[in-house]
Write a protein that binds this ligand. Structure first.
Ligand code: ADP
Length: 270
């Protein structure tokens, strides 16, 4: 027991994370948690999904174990594996097993990126069985009542979720995130970027202009995260235009025409 709890302690969120609610996502997620339903967070990158999960974990007082999925992420990375320690072979729980056994929240960020075989372990956890089969141990763990599974994905991209059986997929409670409204995003950038509201408002305006470039072929406009990044660069003494270029526009595209158009946007605002 002690062994299981110890690694979880560092995943506990003790101080309230700064989170501005966009709609009724907190009420929905709390209801999902109480009813032991898994969460599906949809939305573009950098719009607050991870921060929301931190806030939720703090609200329900459960540890949050976040796994950033990548194309090499296998079932063993989630579930666990045997490792050689000295001349002994020991089993080490993966993040998902840890959360299942100890009642944490396991957040699989950008699940789209994970290998398809990972859906096999998610299936029985996401439906009302709430079980985790660990083949290598020959065991089936029943999730602790406090356990929650949450996954995020960006609907702009291809989705591994289509490989989930509709019966499983349809058990997720879906929360759709978008960029916050102008006023909220301005508050967020001011607070997180430590800049005044006027500058925060200008950065938000720039972001909104880049988001309008979707029709011209820009896959995704500037996220709230990029605005905060530019604010940090500027606060550290970087010239504002340079901060916007390095912190925002050049992170969005390499296309010279697109970058030229964005330079004009920057010039029109600052
Ligand atoms: P995602 O997980 O959607 O890619 P994040 O949650 O990492 O995005 O958001 C990026 C950053 O934007 C956060 O670190 C936080 O500073 C800020 N942020 C975005 N939305 C909010 C919000 N609603 N309240 C507070 N901060 C936010």
């Amino acid at each position: 027991m002690g062994i299981d709890q110890q690694p979880l302690d560092k995943h506990r969120i003790l101080d309230e994370p700064f989170y501005i609610e966009q709609g009724n996502e907190v009420q929905l997620a709390l209801a999902a948690y109480r009813n032991r339903l898994p969460l599906l967070l949809k939305g573009p990158t950098g719009c607050g999904k991870t921060r929301f999960m931190q806030y939720l974990a703090w609200r329900v007082k459960r540890p949050l174990i976040t796994v950033s999925c990548h194309d090499d992420l296998s079932t063993s990375d989630l579930v666990g594996r045997y490792l050689i320690k000295g001349n002994e072979t020991v089993w080490v729980d993966g993040p998902l097993t840890m959360a299942v056994k100890s009642g944490g929240i396991c957040y699989l960020d950008e699940i789209v990126e994970a290998r398809k075989d990972t859906t096999v372990v998610i299936h029985p956890l996401a439906d009302d069985r709430r079980e985790l089969p660990v083949e290598k141990l020959g065991k089936l763990f029943l999730a602790d009542p406090s356990f929650m599974l949450a996954v995020s994905y960006n609907p702009g991209y291809q989705s591994v979720l289509k490989d989930l059986k509709p019966s499983t997929r349809q058990r997720f409670v879906s929360l759709t995130f978008a960029y916050p409204s102008t006023e909220l995003e301005q508050q967020i950038v001011a607070k997180e970027g430590s800049v005044d509201t006027t500058l925060a408002g200008q950065l938000v305006k720039l972001a909104q202009m880049t988001r309008g470039l979707k029709e011209s072929g820009l896959p995704e406009g500037a996220s709230t995260r990029l605005l905060i990044q530019a604010a940090h660069l500027h606060r550290d003494g970087v010239d504002l235009v340079e901060a916007c270029r390095a912190g925002i526009t050049h992170s969005l595209t390499d296309d010279p025409d697109m970058l030229g158009a964005m330079d004009e946007m920057i010039a029109s605002i600052f």
